[in-house]
Design a protein around this ligand. Structure first.
Ligand code: GLA
Length: 523
C-alpha cells in the first residue's frame, strides 16, 4: 500500500518537474488550484495522409478510404482513394478546423477533432461519418507491395464454348446470402426445368467471404459453414458452383479480396470444387494503377490455370480499357462491358441497346462480351420488357445468368427464362454476336448470323406506345426467305403467310416489346 502511494507520488513529481511552464514550488493540494497559462492552439495541419474505414455491407466487411492532402494557404489539393476509385481533389478549402473539397464528382466536408479527421462521406441515403487517422505527414498514398506478371497471352482454357448460362445471387439478394439459400436455388434450378435448358452455373456473388487464417487462407463467413459440402451438394444436382472475388484488397461490398493472395485463393477455390470465378475490380484502384489492370487480371488467370481445375474466368471491370482486346489473353471467358444493371426499363434498355459499343467482333466461342446479368423476374420489368431483355441478350450472344428468385417465380417468368428457341439463338454454336441493323425513331432492327446460314432478327419498339416495324429482308442481305419462325409465339409462318412476306414483313409491336424471328433463306 505504502509503496503504491509512493510510486504514484513519484510519478506526479516527475511530471510536474518535467513541465517547464509550471510554478517552481508546486503544491499538489485540493485547496490550492493550479492555474495553467493559456497556450494559443496551433491551427491544425491537414497535410499528409489520412486513413479510415466504415462498416461494409456485411458483418465481416469494411470499406477503406485514404485522403491524401496537400495544403497551401487555405487551398487543399491531393486525391482520395475510395473503395471504387482514385479521384483527384478539384477544389479544396480549409477554414480553421473545417475542410471542404470535391473529388470525382462527390462533395466531402470534414472537421478536425481530437487529431482525427471526421469526414462526412457523400452518400445517397443517410450521411455517414468516417473517422480518419493521420498515418503520414507527407501527402503520399499508403505504400503497397505489388507483384505482377509480365504480360503474355495465356493458352485458351477451352471452357464456355457457348455463352455461360446459370444463376447469380447479386441482383436479387445482394449480400443476404447463405448456404441454405444456395441449396434451395440449386433445387429450384432443377425443379423449374432451368437446369435442363442450360442454366448450369450457380454463382455465389459478393458476401460469402470471411477472414483469413494466420497462414493467409481465405475462409467463408458464418453464413457458409462448409463450402466444400455446399459444392458437393450443388454438384450432386448436376450443376456447377461459381464464386466471386476481387484483385483489390476488398470486394465492392467491403469483404476480403484476393490482393496478394491470388495463388492461395485460386487453390482454395479449386479445393472447394469451384467451377467459375467472377473477379471484380472494386477496390483495386487503392493498390494498382489503371495501367496495371491487365497484369492484375492475368495474375489470377495464371493462378486458376495452375490449379489444374477447369474454372470459367469472368472479368468484371465494367468494360474499361477496351477489355475485349485483352480479355482472352488473360484467360478470360467473359468480361463485363458496362456498369451495373438494375431492374428498370431505362437501365436495362440503355445497356442492351446503346452501351455495347463496337465490341461485337470480339465475341467468339470461349470469349464473350457480358452486358451483365439478367433482371428477368425481378420487380421493375414487365413481361414485354423481360422478353425484350432476353431477346437482346440472345442477339448479343450474352451470358444468360438469371438473377431472380427462381424458388418463387411466376410461371410467366419461368417461360421467358426457359424459352428454348430464344436460348438456342443465344447458344448458337457459330458464336457470332449480333448487332443493330437500323433505327427508325424508337424502333430498331437487330440481326445475328447463326449456324448453317440462319439469321435471328429482333424487331424492337422502345417507345411507350405500340409501333409498327417494317423489315425488308434485302436490307439484311437475305434473298429468298424459306422459313420464318416467331420464337416467342413458337409459330412458324404458313406457306400463305410466307408468300405474303416474300420481300418484307410488317408487324405492330407492343410498347417496350419485341418480335424475335429465326429466318432461313437462300441468299
Ligand atoms: C459490382 C459488380 C456487381 C456485383 C457487386 C458486388 O458492383 O458489378 O455485379 O458483383 O459488385 O458487390
Amino acid at each position: 500500500m505504502f509503496r503504491i502511494s509512493l510510486s504514484v507520488f513519484a510519478l506526479i513529481s516527475l511530471n510536474l518537474v518535467g513541465c517547464a511552464w509550471l510554478p517552481s514550488q508546486p503544491s499538489v493540494s485540493a485547496s490550492v488550484p493550479i492555474v495553467l497559462p493559456v497556450v494559443p492552439a496551433a491551427a491544425p495541419s491537414f497535410r499528409g495522409r489520412w486513413e479510415g474505414s466504415i462498416p461494409g455491407r456485411g458483418k465481416e466487411s469494411h470499406q477503406d478510404y485514404q485522403f491524401v492532402l496537400d495544403v497551401a494557404g487555405d487551398k487543399v489539393s491531393g486525391f482520395v482513394i475510395t473503395p471504387s476509385e482514385v479521384a483527384s481533389i478539384s477544389t479544396g478549402i480549409v477554414s480553421g478546423v473545417d475542410l471542404k473539397f470535391s473529388a470525382g464528382r462527390r462533395e466531402y466536408s470534414a472537421q478536425m477533432k481530437d487529431h482525427q479527421l471526421h469526414v462526412n462521406l457523400p452518400a445517397r441515403g443517410k450521411p455517414q461519418i468516417l473517422l480518419a487517422t493521420h498515418t503520414s505527414a507527407e501527402p503520399v498514398r499508403a505504400p503497397v507491395t505489388v507483384s505482377l506478371p509480365v504480360l503474355r497471352t495465356l493458352p485458351a482454357n477451352g471452357l464456355a464454348t457457348t455463352p455461360p448460362m446459370g444463376w447469380n445471387s447479386w441482383n436479387k439478394f445482394r449480400v443476404s446470402i447463405n448456404d441454405k439459400l444456395v441449396r434451395e436455388i440449386a433445387d429450384a434450378l432443377v425443379e423449374t426445368g432451368m437446369k435442363k435448358v442450360g442454366y448450369i452455373y450457380l454463382n455465389i456473388d459478393d458476401g460469402w467471404e470471411g477472414e483469413r487464417t494466420t497462414d493467409g487462407t481465405l475462409q467463408s463467413n458464418a453464413n457458409f459453414p462448409n463450402m466444400k459440402a455446399l459444392s458437393d451438394y450443388v454438384h450432386s444436382k448436376g450443376l456447377k458452383l461459381g464464386i466471386y472475388s476481387s484483385p483489390g484488397p476488398r470486394t465492392c461490398a467491403g469483404f476480403e479480396g484476393s490482393f496478394n493472395h491470388e495463388e492461395q485463393d485460386a487453390r482454395t477455390f479449386a479445393a472447394w470444387g469451384i467451377d467459375y470465378l467472377k473477379y471484380d475490380w472494386c477496390s483495386a484502384p487503392a493498390v494498382y494503377e489503371k495501367s496495371q489492370m491487365r497484369a492484375a487480371y492475368q495474375k489470377m488467370g495464371e493462378a486458376l490455370v495452375a490449379t489444374g481445375r477447369p474454372i470459367v474466368y469472368s472479368l468484371c471491370q465494367y468494360g474499361m480499357l477496351d477489355v475485349e482486346t485483352w480479355g482472352p489473353a488473360v484467360g478470360g471467358n467473359l468480361w463485363r462491358t458496362t456498369g451495373d444493371i438494375n431492374a428498370t426499363w431505362e437501365r436495362m434498355s440503355a445497356i442492351g441497346f446503346d452501351q455495347q459499343g463496337e465490341r461485337a467482333r470480339f465475341a467468339a466461342p470461349s470469349q464473350w462480351n457480358d452486358p451483365d446479368m439478367l433482371e428477368v423476374g425481378n420487380p421493375g420489368l414487365n413481361e414485354e420488357e423481360s422478353r425484350t431483355h432476353m431477346s437482346l441478350w440472345a442477339l448479343l450472344a450474352a451470358p444468360l445468368i438469371a438473377g431472380n428468385d427462381v424458388r418463387t417465380m411466376a410461371p410467366a417468368t419461368r417461360d421467358i427464362l426457359n424459352n428454348e428457341e430464344v436460348i438456342a439463338i443465344d447458344q448458337d454454336p457459330a458464336g457470332k454476336q449480333g448487332a443493330r441493323v437500323s433505327k427508325t425513331g424508337l424502333t430498331e432492327i437487330w440481326s445475328r448470323p447463326l449456324d448453317k446460314g440462319d439469321v435471328a432478327i429482333g424487331l424492337f419498339n422502345r417507345s411507350a406506345n405500340p409501333a409498327t416495324v417494317n423489315v425488308k429482308w434485302a436490307d439484311l442481305g437475305l434473298s429468298k426467305v424459306r422459313k420464318v419462325r416467331d420464337v416467342w409465339k413458337h409459330e412458324i409462318f404458313t406457306q400463305v403467310q410466307l408468300t405474303q412476306v416474300q420481300d418484307q414483313y410488317s408487324v405492330v409491336i407492343a410498347p417496350h416489346g419485341v418480335v424475335l424471328l429465326r429466318v432461313s433463306s437462300s441468299r
